[in-house]
Write a new protein. Structure first.
Length: 105
């Protein structure tokens, strides 16, 4: 009487490596804010992972929020680190040069 085959729902989307890269970018961005001296290398890795993940996710039509958050956190961490270098280490370098010039008296 009814010869229709049952309609099954589509399979759930598989977790792709792009989502993993976006999560890794977000984690690297958070770590780079928390640990300042290791943060430079971790922030650069997080920035690269975030940019690659954002491109791949946007090509597949998936949301890119975590990748963008990882990129933003990594950029903020790099900016804070560079600012700290200029505000802390460069005055120390000038002070050490001044002390060395006084020793020549």
């Amino acid at each position: 009487m009814y010869d229709q085959t049952p309609q099954y729902p589509p399979p759930p989307p598989q977790n792709s490596s792009e989502k993993g890269m976006a999560i890794a970018s977000l984690v690297c961005g958070i770590i780079s804010l928390v640990i300042p001296f290791v943060g430079i290398a971790v922030a650069i890795v997080g920035l690269i992972l975030g940019v690659v993940a954002q491109k791949k996710l946007s090509m597949n039509g998936q949301p890119t929020g975590m990748a963008v958050a990882g990129i933003v956190l990594s950029i903020i961490a790099l900016a804070i680190t560079v600012l700290c270098v200029f505000l802390c280490y460069i005055p120390l370098w000038f002070a050490s040069n001044e002390i060395i010039s006084w020793s020549n008296w």
